[in-house]
Design a protein around this ligand. Structure first.
Ligand SMILES: *Cc1c(COP(=O)(O)O)cnc(C)c1O
Length: 403
């Protein structure tokens, strides 16, 4: 028999209850002027979210997946071009690459940060590709296709190591699109520029998702691209709106990929609370770290590299016997998740890419051991204590059984 939920994995009810009046006012406003598509609510949100992400421009779109896809298209990927990313991410990252007409190439992640390993990226660029000085293009030797760009994923709200990635991109003339779908407000200390930078302000463009469970979630689907490149922003505005800058004058074929006005209005209500919610996630994460210190031999805790301020979209630990662990926590009424159980290169959908098990050993090992524990800004200390004692009980029983 299922036990009542004591600690949900995620709570999407409380924050909306707290803001109910303001959220309902957005709907009334849209009804009163029938402003359902575009208009001041979308423009206002774009302006505010661009400022929040320290980027000059922000283009609202209908999902994080389309944010990635439109960014690739605006960066001028050509059919058959290669875009490099990691196999340890949500499939939307690679769906967007394929849907932009490009080819997927993977490089492995770093064992402790779970984000793109710049050394593996360097290896791929230096050993598997060659620079054609005549054309200024980087060509993958095996396929003879051009390498066009890199997509570091700021997974779990932790920034990828951007300085070396940007340096390699510059050296080989590649674009960088940050997948910041889990990292609204995360920060990275750039040694090169000697300053903290926000997710969304470093690459040529960055994709954000406002899927309800993200750090900033819409009441439905939503996404945005941020960029400091005005021409790219203008192209993405056209791509999201059937290739038109002026109604019915279509310079290119585009998509129906706009952010709804009501969603933009809701996001504007929630955005002023995001910094506080992120701070709450960070405090909870640091409290988890402290409370788990005594079991850290059995439970691998997330590390926050000194050059990042993570926003803990997820709090992910690693341990053996994951299935038994999840079952035990479920019995105790505690929700958990796995992000993500099957590395992308081992997914059925990507059999045709020709990768095999063993190609990305770090990703494969990590994917077998990770579990995401409850993490949401409104989690109480009492709820967190429930999680911690259930985890310790599981680990303690295992250690005792081994004696
Ligand atoms: C959520 C997510 C996406 C896709 O966003 P949608 O809004 O669901 O399309 C892309 N990449 C990552 C890493 C994500 O977590």
């Amino acid at each position: 028999m299922a036990n009542p939920t004591k600690v949900p994995f995620l709570d999407l009810v409380t924050p909306h209850k707290e803001l109910e009046t303001e959220l309902l006012d957005v709907v009334k406003k849209a009804f009163s002027n029938a402003g359902f598509i575009g208009g001041p609510m979308v423009e206002g949100f774009e302006c505010d979210f661009g400022a929040f992400s320290h980027a000059k421009f922000c283009v609202g779109v209908n999902s994080g997946t389309d944010a990635l896809r439109f960014a690739f298209m605006a960066a001028d990927v050509r059919p058959g071009d290669i875009i490099i990313t990691v196999p340890h991410t949500f499939i939307a990252t690679t769906e967007a690459i394929s849907q932009a007409g490009a080819r997927i190439a993977f490089v492995d992640i770093h064992e402790r940060t779970y984000t793109m390993d710049p050394e593996k990226l360097r290896d791929y660029l230096e050993k598997q590709c060659e620079f054609d000085a005549k054309t200024g293009k980087l060509i993958e030797k095996a396929s003879q296709h051009r390498v066009a760009g890199i997509v570091p994923v700021h997974l779990y709200g932790q920034m990828a190591d951007m300085d070396p990635i940007m340096e390699l991109a510059e050296k080989y003339n590649l674009f960088v699109v940050e997948d910041a779908c889990q990292a609204h407000g995360a920060e990275y200390f750039s040694k090169k520029d000697n300053k903290w930078k926000r997710a969304g302000s470093i690459g040529n463009a960055a994709a954000f998702s406002f899927y309800p469970g993200k750090n900033l979630g819409a009441c439905g689907e939503g996404g945005a691209v941020t960029t400091n490149d005005e021409a790219m922003a203008a192209r993405m505005k056209m791509i999201r709106d059937h290739g038109q800058a002026k109604k019915y004058y279509h310079d290119i074929e585009g998509y129906n990929g706009r952010l709804d006005s009501i969603q933009a209005g809701w996001l504007s209500v929630k955005l002023p609370h995001l910094a506080k919610w992120n701070e709450s996630r960070r405090n909870l994460a640091h409290r988890y770290h402290e409370l788990f210190a005594e079991v850290k031999d059995s439970v691998v805790l997330p590390v926050e590299a000194p050059w990042t301020k993570g926003v803990y979209h997820l709090y992910v630990v690693r341990l053996h016997d994951r299935e038994a662990f999840q079952a035990r926590l479920a019995e105790a009424g505690i929700g958990t998740g796995i992000h993500y159980p099957i590395p992308l290169h081992e997914q059925k959908a990507y059999q045709s890419l020709g990768y095999k098990t063993g190609d990305f050993p770090v990703t494969e090992r990590v994917a077998r051991e990770i579990v995401s524990l409850p993490m949401f800004p409104q989690m109480t200390r009492a709820q967190q204590d429930e999680v911690v004692s259930a985890v310790k009980e599981f680990v303690g029983a295992k250690v005792a059984a081994m004696r």
